[in-house]
Write a protein that binds this ligand. Structure first.
Ligand SMILES: Nc1ncnc2c1ncn2[C@@H]1O[C@H](COP(=O)(O)OP(=O)(O)OP(=O)(O)O)[C@@H](O)[C@H]1O
Length: 742
C-alpha cells in the first residue's frame, strides 16, 4: 500500500481556526455565520483539509450546495487547497443531484442519468414512476412496524388541484404540500411530471428523504437482523454503505434551502456531524420557497433537543469589502446590524460610484468608456479579467454584449453559465442521440429525444413506455405501428428519422457527425441549448467527438463499429465536465481577455476587483421588496475595490439615495429594519455592531472624469498590489497539515 504525505498550510484568522479545528461530534450542529467575503467557503474547505489530516476519510465527508455553479466553485476552492487528486475524493454535489443518485441506484435508466449533478426532467419523470415509496405497500408495512405514528391517513382525501395552486400551497401550507408530494405519480389529483415545474424536483428529494428515513429506522432498531420479515421488506430500500458511513455533512450557502431540502439534510445528518455556513441576507431563492429564517429556527430548535449539540461561530473580518461598500450594502438591505467589524487593510478607498441613466445605450456607453479608461490608464496592470458586469436578468447582458459587438469593442466578454441551478443541463442528451444512431431500439434514449418535441409531454412519454412494455416491442417499433402516436409525432418526422438511420455509415466519423447534426436538428436540439455558452460547449463537444471517433477508427477492431465502440468506452466526465466548467473554455481562449458578464444570481459566491451593477432600467417594476433588496445586496458585495451601482431614473433605493428629499425623508422616518437573524438567535446580539440607516453612504464621481485621471493610475497600483498580496499578511496562526494518503 503506497503512502504519501501532503503538507498544507492553512492561513486563517483565530475565528476561522475555531471552526476548522472543532472536532466532529454525533448529532452536533456547527453553525458558521457571517456576511460577504468573510471566508465562509474558504473556512469549510480548510476544515475538510484539517479533518482529513486527523484521520477522517474523504469518503466520510459529503459537501452540498444548492446550485451547480456553487458546487463548481466549492470544488475549485477545494482543489486549489488540496490538489486535484485529494480533493476529488470528497463528494461535493447539489442536494438534488445527491437525492437523484440515491433514487437511481436501482433504476434501469441509470446509464442515461448517472451523473450526479445532471438532472434531466423528461427522463426524471419516467424514473419517478415506480419509485414513489410513500404509497408502496412495503413502505407502509415497514412504517407500521417501525414508526407507527408517522403514517398519515389523510392523504387519501386530497382534492384535485392545479400545478399553480400546488405551488402556492408550498408557500402557504407546507404540511399540506408535503401530503401532495407523498402521492404516487399516477395519482388523479396532481401532475408531477410537468416539464417546467420545480415540483418534480421536490418530489425527487421527498422520495430520497423517505429512503433515508427507512435506513435510519433500520439502524436505530436493534434486533432487526433477526427479523426475517423486516429484512425482506426493507431490502429494496437499502442504500449503499458509503452514505450510511458518512461522518460529516457540510452545507455551504445554507440560506438557499427550502423546507423540503432541509428535511433531506436533517435525515441525512442523523447521528452525524452537520456543519453549515451561510449569510441569511444573501438568500435569493425566495421564488423557490427558500425560507432562511424559518429553517434556521427549526434547525436551532432541533439541535437544542437532549443528546444534541449546537455551536455557533461568527466570523467578523471581511477579506473583500471596503468599509464604504459594506456600509452601502447594509443600507441597501435595511439591515439594523452586522457581524462584520474588520476590513482588509488594502483597499482603494473609493466610495461607490452611482450614476443615473434614462436609457440603456447611455448606460452601456458609460460602462464601456469607464472600463476602457481604467485599462488604458493602468500601465498594463489592469486587464479585462479584473472586471465584471452584473445585471438582474440575462436579457440586459445579451443587449450589452450586442452593444460591444457593434462597437467592435477592444475587449471581449465571457458570460457565466446561465444554467438554471438544478435543472436540465441538456448536453448529456447528446448521448441519447448517439445511442439512437447506433441502435434505435434503445428505449430510454428514444424517449428522451421524443420528449424534445412540443407535443410530447411527460405523460405521453410514460404512456409510450407502458404501451411498448405491454406489447413487448421497442418504442421505435411502437411509433411505426400505432397510428395515433404516429400522427402525434408527425409522419414526416418519423420518415426523416428512418432516412437518417439508413444513411448513416457507422464506421465513418464524418458520416456520424453529419447524421448526428441531422438528428439533433430534427428534434430541435438547439432549442434545448438555451444559452450561448451551452451552445459553444456543444460545438466543442462535437469537435472532441470527431477527434475521438477518428482515433477509434484507426484501432483495428472487427467486433465493433466505431460508434458502438465509442459508446461503450467513453468516459463519463467527457460530457459532463464541459457543460459546467468554464475553465474548459479558458483552454481555448486566453482568460485575461475576458470581462465576466453575469446575472446577479449566478455571481453569488464570486468576487471581482471592479464590479458594475447595471441599472434595472429594463424592469418596469420598481416597487420595493425584500427579495429585490437581497439581490441588490448580493450584487453590491461582489466588489473588492470599486463598485459602480448604476441607477435608473425611475428607481430609488430606500436608505441609499439622498438626492430626492421625499425619499430621504421616507428613509429617515421609516427606519424599518428588515427581519434579522437575531430574531431567531438573540444570543448572538453581543457579537454585532449596529448599523444606522440614517448615516448614508458616500458616493464618488466616475474615474473617467478629467479631474480624476491621475487617480486611476493610483487605483490600478493598489488593485495590482492587492492581487499579489501574500496571504500570510492575514495569518494569525498557520495549521500544519500532515496527511497520510493511502
Ligand atoms: N484567512 C484569510 N486570509 C486571507 N484571505 C482570506 C482568508 N479567508 C478568506 N479569504 C479570502 O476572502 C475572499 C472571500 O472568501 P470566501 O469566498 O470564502 O467568502 P464567503 O464568506 O464565502 O463569501 P460570500 O458570502 O460572498 O460567498 C476570498 O478571496 C478568500 O480567499
Amino acid at each position: 500500500m503506497s503512502e504519501r504525505y501532503v503538507t498544507v498550510d492553512l492561513h486563517c484568522t483565530e475565528q476561522q481556526k475555531k471552526v476548522i479545528v472543532e472536532p466532529p461530534g454525533k448529532n452536533t450542529l456547527i453553525n458558521v455565520l457571517s456576511g460577504p467575503g468573510t471566508g465562509k467557503t474558504k473556512t469549510l474547505c480548510d476544515r475538510i483539509a484539517y479533518l482529513m489530516s486527523n484521520g477522517v476519510k474523504p469518503s466520510e465527508i459529503a459537501v452540498f450546495s444548492l446550485t451547480n455553479q456553487a458546487v463548481l466553485d466549492f470544488k475549485k476552492s477545494l482543489s486549489k487547497l488540496l490538489g486535484n487528486e485529494l480533493s476529488e475524493l470528497v463528494s461535493v454535489s447539489t442536494i438534488h443531484g445527491y437525492a437523484n443518485s440515491i433514487l437511481l441506484q436501482n433504476s434501469k435508466y441509470w446509464d442515461v442519468l448517472k451523473d450526479k449533478n445532471t438532472l434531466n426532467s423528461s427522463i426524471l419523470s419516467s424514473i419517478i414512476e415506480g419509485m414513489s415509496l410513500s404509497r408502496k405497500e412495503n413502505y407502509i408495512k415497514i412504517m407500521e412496524k417501525l414508526s407507527p405514528n408517522s403514517i398519515n391517513n389523510n392523504v387519501k382525501y386530497l382534492p384535485k388541484i392545479s400545478e399553480r395552486e400546488l405551488k402556492l400551497l408550498k408557500g402557504s401550507d407546507i404540511q399540506k404540500y408535503k401530503q401532495y408530494l407523498s402521492l404516487s405519480p399516477h395519482n388523479p389529483v396532481i401532475n408531477f411530471t410537468s416539464k417546467n415545474s420545480n415540483i418534480i424536483f421536490d418530489k425527487l428529494v421527498y422520495e430520497a428523504t423517505l429512503i433515508l428515513n427507512v435506513n435510519n429506522l433500520i439502524l436505530s432498531n436493534n434486533g432487526i437482523e433477526n427479523n426475517d420479515e423486516l429484512i425482506n421488506l426493507t431490502d429494496e430500500f437499502r442504500i449503499p454503505t458509503d452514505i450510511l458511513n458518512l461522518k460529516e455533512i457540510i452545507i455551504d450557502e445554507f440560506q438557499d434551502l427550502s423546507v423540503i431540502l432541509l428535511d433531506f439534510v436533517l435525515e441525512l445528518s442523523k447521528n452525524k456531524q452537520l456543519t453549515i455556513s451561510g449569510d441569511m441576507d444573501q438568500s435569493l431563492y425566495g421564488f423557490n420557497n427558500a425560507t432562511p429564517y424559518e429553517n434556521m429556527e427549526r434547525l436551532v430548535n432541533h439541535y437544542k433537543q437532549p443528546n444534541h449539540n449546537l455551536k455557533h461561530f461568527v466570523l467578523n473580518k471581511t477579506f473583500r469589502l471596503s468599509e464604504d461598500i459594506h456600509k452601502f450594502s447594509l443600507n441597501v438591505l435595511g439591515a439594523s446590524d452586522t457581524f462584520i467589524t474588520n476590513f482588509p487593510n488594502e483597499t482603494t478607498d473609493i466610495p461607490i460610484i452611482r450614476k443615473e441613466f434614462t436609457n440603456l445605450v447611455d448606460e452601456f456607453s458609460f460602462v464601456y468608456n469607464e472600463i476602457n479608461h481604467l485599462i488604458e490608464n493602468s500601465n498594463g496592470l489592469l486587464t479585462p479579467k479584473n472586471f465584471a458586469v452584473l445585471a438582474p436578468v440575462n436579457q440586459v447582458l445579451d443587449n450589452f454584449q450586442t452593444y460591444l459587438q457593434n462597437k467592435s469593442s477592444k475587449f471581449r466578454c465571457k458570460k457565466l453559465s446561465g444554467l438554471q441551478p438544478w435543472q436540465d443541463t441538456k448536453l448529456s442528451s447528446v448521448v441519447s442521440f448517439l445511442k439512437i444512431l447506433d441502435n434505435p431500439h434503445h428505449d430510454p434514449s428514444l424517449l428522451v429525444v421524443l420528449s424534445f418535441l412540443n407535443k410530447i409531454g411527460p405523460r405521453t412519454v410514460l404512456s409510450l413506455k407502458e404501451e411498448a412494455e405491454n406489447d413487448k416491442i421497442s418504442i421505435y417499433e411502437l411509433i411505426h405501428k400505432n397510428e395515433k402516436i404516429k400522427k402525434k409525432i408527425g409522419n414526416e418526422t418519423i420518415e426523416k428519422l428512418d432516412k437518417i438511420l439508413t444513411n448513416i455509415d457507422k464506421s465513418d466519423p464524418t458520416s456520424i457527425i453529419y447524421n448526428l447534426s441531422c438528428l439533433s436538428d430534427l428534434f430541435y436540439f438547439s432549442k434545448q441549448l438555451k444559452t450561448e455558452s451551452l451552445f459553444d460547449n456543444y460545438k466543442i463537444f462535437l469537435k472532441e467527438l470527431f477527434n475521438n471517433l477518428e482515433v477509434i477508427s484507426k484501432i483495428d477492431n472487427e467486433e465493433y463499429n466505431i460508434l458502438s465502440y465509442f459508446l461503450s468506452h467513453y468516459q463519463d466526465d467527457f460530457l459532463n465536465v464541459k457543460e459546467l466548467d468554464d475553465t474548459e473554455i479558458n483552454k481555448f481562449e486566453h482568460y485575461n481577455e475576458f470581462i465576466s458578464l453575469s446575472t446577479i444570481h449566478n455571481a453569488k459566491g464570486l468576487e471581482w476587483d471592479i464590479v458594475f451593477v447595471l441599472s434595472s432600467l429594463c424592469l418596469m417594476n420598481n416597487e420595493y421588496s425584500i427579495q429585490k433588496s437581497r439581490v441588490n445586496y448580493v450584487a453590491a458585495t461582489r466588489a473588492k475595490h470599486i463598485l459602480y451601482f448604476n441607477k435608473s431614473k425611475f428607481d430609488q433605493m430606500l436608505h441609499v439615495d439622498t438626492s430626492n428629499s421625499s425619499i430621504y425623508h421616507k428613509s429617515f422616518v421609516k427606519i424599518e429594519y428588515e427581519p434579522s437573524l437575531l430574531d431567531c438567535l438573540p444570543e448572538l446580539k453581543n457579537l454585532t455592531k449596529p448599523n444606522k440607516l440614517t448615516n448614508l453612504p458616500k458616493f464618488a464621481n466616475p474615474l473617467s472624469d478629467p479631474k480624476r485621471y491621475k487617480f486611476s493610475q493610483l487605483v490600478a497600483n493598489k488593485i495590482y498590489a492587492n492581487s499579489n498580496r501574500n496571504y500570510c499578511t492575514f495569518l494569525t496562526r498557520g495549521i500544519h497539515l500532515l496527511r497520510k494518503f493511502r
